[in-house]
Design a protein around this ligand. Structure first.
Ligand SMILES: C[S@@+](CC[C@H](N)C(=O)[O-])C[C@H]1O[C@@H](n2cnc3c(N)ncnc32)[C@H](O)[C@@H]1O
Length: 258
């Protein structure tokens, strides 16, 4: 029986070796500018997060970068003065954050784990959770939002990027040819919608397994956990042909009420 989280750990470690763009650490220049207050990070594709989605001042706040390894957002937020912890399921991805932290003399805590289980953290221990597009790799979101709510302080913010589930109705091979062929009923999962042969071809050991989830799981789940939504944005998929027709990503800003 395949363990999907173990599969995705190995797959993301392999993506680091392959140089996937979401695993490439930021340069010294980006860190130097962040130290001067000139910084920006992404939750979805290449769209910068509005600065007013962050606490002001950011310096001195406790930030959890959730499923956000790769040496990208975490070192930037640390260089901007936040006390940053990164939790990620891939040792390779966390290694990229450690590499930047060491290279730049940044304090950064890394924790290996599954985003559904934040038991490594005490109640009310963060001011901000930053969760860029990654929950497509998580089998079940139901535990994620209550855990985020628990570890945030009252008034704390949860920033989430996620894939528009509608992009999963299309056949993957056709998308690679630039064609939109409707094939799958939602909610989609590689594990349930592909037969073994196709899954082996499309989701070999270096390909993380994906889940479309639903808007009810994404937004309904945050609201059910007690969050109040205070911001919403959409953006194009960063590379596939769906970007011509529909938003590929959504992002939300939610607050834990005081
Ligand atoms: C696309 S990368 C995101 C990181 C990147 N810095 C970014 O800008 O989006 C997705 C990340 O989610 C992590 N991940 C996947 N499943 C996870 C899980 N169940 N729990 C924690 N992290 C997970 C992967 O290891 C990977 O680092």
């Amino acid at each position: 029986m395949l363990d999907p989280v173990a599969h995705n750990r190995t797959a993301w470690d392999r993506q680091v070796e392959l140089g996937n763009e979401w695993t490439v650490p930021v340069s010294p220049d980006v860190v130097a500018r962040a130290r001067q207050g000139d910084w920006s990070v992404v939750l979805i594709g290449y769209v910068p997060v509005p600065r007013d989605w962050f606490p002001e001042p950011l310096a001195g706040t406790d930030v959890l970068c959730l499923a956000s390894g790769g040496g990208q957002q975490a070192p930037v937020l640390a260089a901007a003065g936040a006390r940053v912890t990164v939790l990620d399921n891939s040792p390779g991805q966390l290694g990229q954050d450690e590499l930047v932290a060491e290279r730049e003399g940044l304090a950064l805590r890394t924790v290996l784990g599954d985003m559904r289980d934040l038991s490594a953290f005490a109640d009310a221990s963060f001011d901000l959770i930053f969760n860029p597009v990654s929950n497509l790799f998580c089998p079940d979101l139901a535990p994620v939002w209550p855990e985020c709510f628990r570890v945030l302080r009252p008034g704390g913010r949860l920033l989430v990027g996620f894939v528009n589930p509608d992009v999963y109705i299309f056949d993957a091979d056709a998308l690679d040819r630039g064609e939109l062929v409707v094939r799958h009923a939602l909610p989609y999962a590689d594990l349930t919608h592909l037969d073994e042969q196709e899954r082996e071809r499309l989701c070999g050991p270096e390909h993380p397994l994906e889940y479309s989830h639903t808007m009810t799981e994404q937004i309904g789940g945050q609201l059910a956990a007690g969050f109040v939504l205070t911001g919403f944005m959409e953006g194009p998929h960063h590379w596939d042909v769906t970007a011509r027709y529909l938003p590929g990503y959504f992002s939300t800003r939610a607050v834990k009420p005081l």
